[in-house]
Design a binder for this molecule. Structure first.
Ligand SMILES: Cc1cc2nc3c(=O)[nH]c(=O)nc-3n(C[C@H](O)[C@H](O)[C@H](O)COP(=O)(O)OP(=O)(O)OC[C@H]3O[C@@H](n4cnc5c(N)ncnc54)[C@H](O)[C@@H]3O)c2cc1C
Length: 483
């Protein structure tokens, strides 16, 4: 059977690795890294950006998979309280778990049994390390990005040529120093436990630029079920209600899928609303979700994108009817996964904007899509998700509660890359948006400084110089952004 990376490759192809190797153990990883001139870890390869590229050694990390109970922590360590559920206010946090960086969210949730993650992205095949490193996220204004549930991370670095060093980073003491020495030895040239919040925060969203992540310790919570309602709505009719629902403690999360083109009197959107449920699993999602990847659906959407682009706004409008369904109850890993639409072949860009003032941002974006149509055709619904602010200096959600607006364009659409590029450039230049590191983006070092602020960029560079003084993890992106 072919390996996942032989089937998936969303990476740009203008930078080719001189060596491409799958590593299975820490000693294999050490040996490969020690002989590499430059290197970059890669997980499942779903990422669309240059962040995952290298001309040196590509280290495939999917074998670093699995979940275990950490036995090397200080006594009494447990998960932090999550966004306490109004429905079950007395629920206590779960125990901590060690997770291999290459573990997919589907495997992770399965291995957690009666527990689950605090938050997850909308696709179970993505890996914990891959999503965490790019500032990836799920949804819910009370939930941080994926990196926010991490308490400790093990990074393999190369501070001296030919000498690799395992760095365990923690923002506050979690691991037992004696057990760490027992496991990795007492030579600080090859292993070190570092408790340093600023370094930890910079490294947790560093898109592979500070070392190779082998595992993390994460918070967990007891498994739970969600009630999903998907309703078609006029976008601007009672906009204030969406803003209220997003912040309502009884609502776990809201997603909007918007037709970027206005067909009738108002823009149309599909609103998914998630609430905690104590009911058993019941009902099914709309057939349009279940059949999104069916050969017939692919044939139709491809045909319209390729041959009849002027009909795309109407096709998107028509699709809403097949997506509605109320009262669907599912375990949280299933409810938070978008399901078959993930398999549609697209290239995508996603940008973070402040949650405050979303209406104004969205109006400007929709105007942008209008004036660039039909040459730049957005051939899918655009996705809007809310995420709590992050303390990682280069996380797209840094310092502000955010909305991530994702624009997917089908692979058969003409001018696909140009459409994405114009979206990202407009978002950065006109709206101060910050691109998702795992999706397609175009950005200069000046723009990076203007959208994050010089102190954040400098904090990131300082962390890089400390963890990667030789620039082993440099690539075209770090050079372009002067990181
Ligand atoms: C169908 C689909 C659905 C998606 N849904 C979401 C979503 O809901 N939310 C969201 O935020 N994003 C989403 N994304 C984007 C996703 O976050 C990126 O694609 C991301 O790159 C994760 O993919 P991956 O696990 O295959 O990691 P990869 O693409 O393999 O790697 C991503 C980055 O992380 C680095 N990296 C990977 N592993 C390691 C490691 N062990 N050590 C150090 N660095 C490492 C790589 O160098 C690279 O820069 C989606 C993408 C797709 C294709």
């Amino acid at each position: 059977m072919s390996q996942p990376w032989e089937r998936i490759n969303n990476l740009p192809d203008d930078e080719q690795a001189s060596r491409d190797v799958s590593v299975n153990t820490l000693s294999e990883l050490r040996a490969e890294l020690a002989t590499a001139h430059s290197a970059r870890a890669l997980a499942a390869g779903w990422g669309f950006s240059h962040a995952g590229c290298t001309t040196g050694t590509r280290l495939r990390m999917l074998s670093f998979s699995g979940v275990s109970e950490p036995t090397d922590l200080l006594p009494g360590m447990t998960s932090r309280p999550f966004d306490l559920d109004v429905a079950v206010p007395s629920e206590s946090p779960g125990p901590l778990r060690r997770v291999g960086a290459g573990t997919s969210f589907a495997d992770l949730n399965a291995a957690l049994h009666t527990l689950t993650v605090i938050n997850q992205p909308g696709f179970g095949d993505l890996t914990f390390g891959g999503v965490m490193m790019v500032g990836g996220h799920g949804s819910g204004i009370n939930r941080g990005n994926i990196a926010s549930q991490v308490r400790s991370m093990d990074l393999l670095t190369m501070p001296e040529r030919g000498v690799t060093k395992l760095v365990r980073l923690e923002p506050e003491p979690l691991s037992d120093p004696l057990q760490f020495v027992r496991q990795f030895g007492s030579d600080p040239r090859t292993a070190e436990l570092i408790v340093d919040r600023a370094l930890f925060d910079a490294a947790k969203v560093s898109f592979g630029t500070m070392g190779v992540l082998s595992s993390v310790v994460i918070d967990t919570r007891p498994s739970y079920r969600l009630h999903e309602d998907r309703d078609v709505r006029d976008l601007w009719a009672d906009w204030a209600k969406i803003e209220r629902q997003v912040r309502d403690p009884n609502v776990c999360g809201v997603h909007l899928w918007v037709n970027p083109y206005r067909v009738g009197a108002d823009y149309k959107a599909l609103q998914s609303t998630y609430r905690r449920s104590l009911d058993m699993k019941r009902n099914e999602r709309g057939w349009g979700i279940r059949e999104a990847d069916a050969p017939f659906t692919r044939y139709i959407t491809r045909g319209i994108a390729k041959e009849l682009p002027f009909f795309m706004p109407f096709a998107l409008e028509f699709s809403f009817g097949a997506l509605e369904a109320d009262g669907v109850v599912m375990p949280s890993p299933e409810a938070l996964d978008f399901g078959p639409p993930n398999k549609m072949q697209v290239s995508a860009s996603s940008v973070s904007f402040p949650a405050e003032g979303l209406k104004d941002t969205l109006e400007k974006l929709l105007h942008h899509f209008k004036v660039t149509f039909p040459r730049n055709l957005v051939s899918s619904l655009i996705g809007i998700r809310w995420v709590k602010g992050s303390d990682a200096p280069l996380a797209p959600q840094f310092g502000r509660d955010s909305v991530m607006i994702e624009v997917p364009v089908l692979n058969d659409t003409e001018h696909q890359q140009e459409t994405l590029q114009k979206y990202v450039e407009f978002a950065i230049k006109e709206l101060g948006g910050r691109p998702h590191w795992g999706q397609r983006f175009w950005m200069s070092s000046q723009e990076l400084r203007s959208i994050y602020g010089a102190p954040q960029v400098d904090a990131f560079i300082a962390a890089r110089r400390r963890l990667d003084p030789l620039g082993v993890f440099d690539n075209s992106l770090t050079r372009q952004l002067a990181l």
